[in-house]
Design a protein around this ligand. Structure first.
Ligand SMILES: Cc1cc2nc3c(=O)[nH]c(=O)nc-3n(C[C@H](O)[C@H](O)[C@H](O)COP(=O)(O)OP(=O)(O)OC[C@H]3O[C@@H](n4cnc5c(N)ncnc54)[C@H](O)[C@@H]3O)c2cc1C
Ligand code: SF4
Length: 634
């Protein structure tokens, strides 16, 4: 047993960021992380990054497991409340130090201001006689405004992008948003200011270069009358000088102005070390994977905030690995949490129960596991809101295609980071072809590719991969050729929150420790049907001319309806933030309404899911909440 000011459960996007901030402000922090420290084990084994050889076999195929799930961990899944849920392997981000930020694709979008005001927007948009808000309500949706405005978030978005070291072109992004057809019309409907949707702040790194697949998708979008832009990515752009977070942070603090709250009034030198991160060498081994740099080009919490905390604040921040929390203890008299009980899984065959006592408890396990832990602890559910309004994006919605033989050579040399071109035009699309039909909220459209030919080729020899036997010969070469040519345009489409889509405890299934597992209930409603239709029409419109000209093969894969159980990479909602305890789980400072010394800082707090990837929002929110904690808890 030990005592801390704050115990944080989960070391990913939210928890790892907050641990650094609180440690910096002098709090004694214990971080409980259920998984191992993957990055440390890789460095300890001496398998450090060598930028010289392009050795896909060593760096990619001999990688450790992706570390999504702990041994034996599973959720259950059902489509509707009437169904019986069955075991389900999806619904995990990362179970390692750094969480999903180790495996992520680094797509680093901040939300658009409109994302935080969807309730107002749908209230103002008509569909026949009624508002869109009314139609959505009749269909079972509940789409609120966020209780915190974009302006309140803005300086924290700037700092989040700085700590992650995002590469991008802000001018291009802002112009692309403002030139989109939906923007012009909605700007007038809602009376948004004509001079833009926020105060622009330059990305700290120059835009990531366009790879061959990125160039192809750029052409497809441009020829279709859309405005492609470089994808903001949390990677130090190839060819750059080493990235100094400290120098970039000084610029973010400058932009914030003189009245900075809490510890942000300090100088960048007091806040961040002089460590730098190397530029990406385009090796192409990232994506669901750890970047192999000692000072890695690819950002992750383990490579940024948590690294600072562990190297410079070790006397204050104690990160315990293989520590799986199963109960937040609460004193029934005071209604306050007193600490956390966890299983020490250092030897998974001999788990030990341990305890950390603390003044404050922070839950940051990802939206599925946070809801599970709070349910297990009987905290946060006095108004029966816990776990509800889960959203997961429409993962898998997009187009996968190949170039015809004549042109396939254009993308044979795909390298570097997956995904480097994006587009905001489909953020809202018309429901039908008619120019007067209502707008549907869709999302960003981004290029990506299968770019590891050996790995992709070997997938067809799965028995050989399992045995780690060398696979050589013409069959492998053919497989490599075929797989390396696949291009994708992926929509990060926004499934809107419904009360019935929820995470609770499964009544019958338990994990290997006898604890009920998380049960995910998720279905699509009429809005998602409209969204698929509009998204698919847009993808067809963009690709058909390229098929007609014989550039793209005609067997384009576009799912009619994506599978409702495509759940995992992005998980949001479940501990909705709001001012009213009757309709939300946490308040604007992410404090649980019914237990005021418990906070939730992972992606669970998000009242709506955004049409883009969530990491920057999660990190910015942890910085916002942490700033409040450091001022108000002392
Ligand atoms: C393959 C992949 C690609 C992605 N790509 C992108 C992208 O390109 N852009 C983007 O914005 N987002 C991306 N994401 C999503 C992003 O990683 C998450 O949104 C982000 O990590 C959320 O942070 P979080 O704090 O909510 O949770 P996480 O980062 O998932 O952290 C949760 C942590 O809690 C730990 N934990 C869970 N339960 C317990 C427990 N009981 N006790 C102790 N520890 C526990 C987990 O092991 C994990 O480390 C991707 C995710 C994945 C998996
Ligand atoms: S391509 Fe990816 S893994 Fe390779 S150096 Fe760049 S960021 Fe790291």
């Amino acid at each position: 047993m030990s005592r801390s000011h704050v115990v944080i459960v989960g070391s990913g996007g939210g928890g790892g960021t907050l641990a650094w901030l609180l440690g910096k402000a002098g709090f004694r922090v214990t971080v409980l992380e259920q998984g191992p420290d993957w990055a440390e084990s890789v460095e300890r084994d001496g398998k450090t990054f060598n930028p010289a050889p392009h050795d896909e076999e060593f760096y990619r195929l001999r990688k450790p497991d992706p570390k999504r799930r702990l041994r034996g961990a599973y959720n259950t899944f059902r489509q509707t409340e009437k169904d019986v849920a069955g075991p389900f392997q999806n619904g995990w981000t990362g179970s390692v130090v750094g969480g999903g930020s180790v495996l992520w694709g680094t797509w680093s979008f901040r939300p658009l201001a409109v994302d935080l005001k969807l309730g107002t927007l749908f209230g103002a948009m008509r569909v026949g006689e009624i508002s869109q808000a009314k139609r959505l309500q009749n269909e079972g949706y509940c789409v609120p405004d966020w209780p915190v405005t974009y302006e309140e978030f803005e300086p924290f978005f700037n700092v989040a992008e700085t700590l992650l070291g995002v590469s991008g072109d802000r001018v291009a992004v802002d112009e692309a948003v403002m030139s989109a057809p939906w923007y012009k019309e909605l700007q007038q409907t809602l009376g948004w200011p004509a001079n833009g949707w926020h105060t622009p702040f330059a990305y700290p790194c120059k835009a990531y270069p366009r790879t061959p697949v990125g160039e192809m998708v750029w052409q497809i979008l441009s020829k279709g009358g859309r405005t492609p832009v470089p994808l903001p990515a949390a990677i130090v752009s190839p060819g750059s000088s080493p990235y100094s977070t400290r120098e970039a942070l000084a610029r973010a603090l400058d932009a914030w102005g003189m009245t900075r709250p809490g510890l942000w009034s300090q100088n960048a030198e007091d806040l961040w070390s002089d460590r730098t991160r190397e530029a990406c060498n385009l090796c192409g081994f990232c994506g669901e994977y750890l970047c192999w740099g000692r000072e890695p080009p690819k950002a992750g919490i383990q490579a940024t905030t948590l690294r600072e905390a562990r190297l410079d604040l070790a006397d204050l921040v104690d990160v315990r690995t293989s520590a799986k929390a199963f109960e937040i203890r609460r004193d029934p008299k005071t209604q306050r949490a007193t600490g956390v009980r966890y299983l020490d899984l250092s030897d998974p065959d001999d788990p030990r129960v341990r305890r950390v006592d603390a003044d404050y408890v922070v839950v940051s396990c990802g939206a599925v596991q946070s809801a599970r832990l709070l349910h297990l602890s009987n905290i946060g559910n006095s108004e029966h809101q816990l776990g509800k309004y889960a959203t997961f994006h429409l993962f898998g919605h997009g187009a996968r295609f190949t170039l015809s033989k004549k042109f396939s050579g254009l993308v044979h040399g795909e390298y570097g980071h997956t995904g480097n071109v994006t587009c905001f035009d489909p953020y809202f699309l018309r429901e039908t072809e008619s120019p007067d039909s209502p707008w549907v909220k869709v999302g960003t459209l981004t290029s990506t590719a299968k770019k590891n030919p050996l790995e992709d080729g070997l997938k067809t020899f799965s028995d050989l991969v399992k045995k780690r036997a060398p696979a050589l010969g013409p069959a492998l070469l053919t497989a490599m050729e075929r797989h390396s040519r696949t291009l994708e345009m992926r929509l990060t489409a926004d499934d809107l929150p419904m009360e019935a889509n929820a995470v609770d405890l499964d009544p019958t299934h338990v994990d290997e420790h006898g604890l009920p597992v998380a049960r995910i209930t998720r279905n699509f409603g009429p809005n998602e049907a409209r969204l698929f239709k509009a998204g698919n029409r847009e993808l067809r419109r963009l690709l058909d001319p390229f098929i007609a000209r014989g550039i793209v093969e005609s067997d384009v894969e576009i799912p009619d309806t994506a599978k409702v159980d495509l759940i995992g990479d992005h998980q949001m909602g479940t501990c909705r933030m709001g001012d009213d305890p009757k309709t939300s789980v946490v308040d604007r400072w992410c404090r649980v309404h019914d237990t005021q010394n418990v906070f939730v800082v992972d992606s669970s707090f998000m009242p709506t899911g955004l049409g883009l990837n969530p990491m920057v929002t999660v990190v910015a929110n942890a910085l916002r909440v942490g700033t409040w904690m450091t001022k108000d808890l002392k």
